[in-house]
Design a protein around this ligand. Structure first.
Ligand code: ASN
Length: 330
């Protein structure tokens, strides 16, 4: 047994008064932790190898900024506040995602980039039991100048297949210890529109559709943040996407083709009722006309490790859990 966390049933109260060392029930057992961390090691190594082999340049993450992803409007997000820090006279935010920085990086001539990017997202504590939310996590965030959706689909499908194969061959024992058997999916993965998914599974289609599939699939066309590109041929439709894991594990990745034109960005920031002043440094660059067409996505590292190791909650693959609504122990 290990000290990692309380069980869900430990208390109805979201922040039970307990100290480390109190008798706590434990979710991640020591015997699971070691195989999970070995699988994580393979995933991190193979993600970097794969992206470098495909010609991507690795950037270091940015954690403090003047501006970050607003994460809305997006039905997938429930952030209660953007984390801020004051540093002398500057007010900075902690990174929710590096999307705006990725756009600037590709515009500067770095055509294919990726970052192992830590994000802080202060999600509503009612998301404690979704199994897929963390308030601090890492995504492998990438962006490709001039790319389209189909380029991202093909790349991500190869990446997922590559990682599953690597884990199956390098972590055979660990998968056995965890009692996990994973199928190698087939390329191309199926693609559905969110409209089709809603029609078949209802408004909250994600987990139901995921449970109904035995291989990953794409969902396309979400009405969400201003930086995702609206389809020029079909206004009201969007050239963005999520990758959904099978077996009820839900969302793996989200991304899109990007909006790069100043007027359109501004119009959509206004439409979304966002504070223009918050985006002023980014808007200034867009106004100078430096942004270019690109497409990309970010894949949640802990969610991938949860899927590979077959755990119930994404917090179960974190040594130091960061689950909304749970107390932080260390
Ligand atoms: N990484 C995502 C993207 O590239 C954005 C996000 O994490 N919200 O679109």
């Amino acid at each position: 047994m290990f000290f990692v966390n309380f069980t869900k049933s430990s208390s109805k109260c979201l922040y039970p008064e307990r100290k480390i060392g109190d008798s706590m029930q434990i979710q991640v057992q020591k015997e699971d932790l070691i195989p999970i961390m070995r699988i994580q090691t393979t995933v991190l190594k193979e993600m970097v190898n794969f992206m470098v082999d495909r010609g991507f340049i690795q950037l270091l993450p940015v954690i403090t900024s003047k501006v970050t992803d607003p994460l809305g409007p997006d039905p997938g997000s429930s952030v209660v506040t953007i984390p801020k820090i004051r540093y002398y006279d500057e007010e900075l935010v902690l990174m929710q995602s590096m999307i705006l920085h990725k756009q600037v990086a590709v515009a500067k001539g770095l055509e294919r980039i990726f970052i192992m990017s830590p994000n802080v997202r202060l999600e509503d504590r009612r998301r404690r039991d979704t199994g897929k939310h963390l308030f601090e996590f890492t995504q492998m965030d990438f962006e490709i100048a001039g790319a389209e959706m189909k380029d991202v689909f093909s790349l991500v499908e190869d990446l997922i297949i590559h990682i599953i194969k690597a884990v199956k061959s390098e972590n055979k024992e660990e998968l056995e210890e965890l009692g996990r058997d994973i199928e190698i999916p087939h390329k191309p993965f199926p693609v559905y529109t969110t409209h089709e998914l809603e029609e078949k599974y209802g408004k909250d289609w994600e987990i139901k559709a995921s449970a109904d599939h035995s291989e990953p699939f794409w969902a396309v066309c979400f009405k969400r943040e201003f930086y995702d590109r609206e389809d020029p041929n079909m206004p009201g439709h969007f050239r963005n996407y999520d990758l959904i894991y099978p077996e009820g594990f839900g969302e793996a990745l989200s991304g899109g083709e990007r909006e790069w034109r100043y007027e359109r960005i501004l119009e959509r920031i206004r439409r979304d009722g966002l504070d223009e002043r918050f985006f002023s440094s980014y808007l200034e660059l867009a106004k100078q006309g430096i942004l270019i067409p690109s497409a990309g996505a970010g894949i949640g590292v802990e969610r991938l490790i949860r899927f590979l190791s077959g755990k119930k909650h994404v917090g179960d693959v974190q040594l130091f859990r960061r689950v909304p609504g749970e107390p932080v122990l260390l």
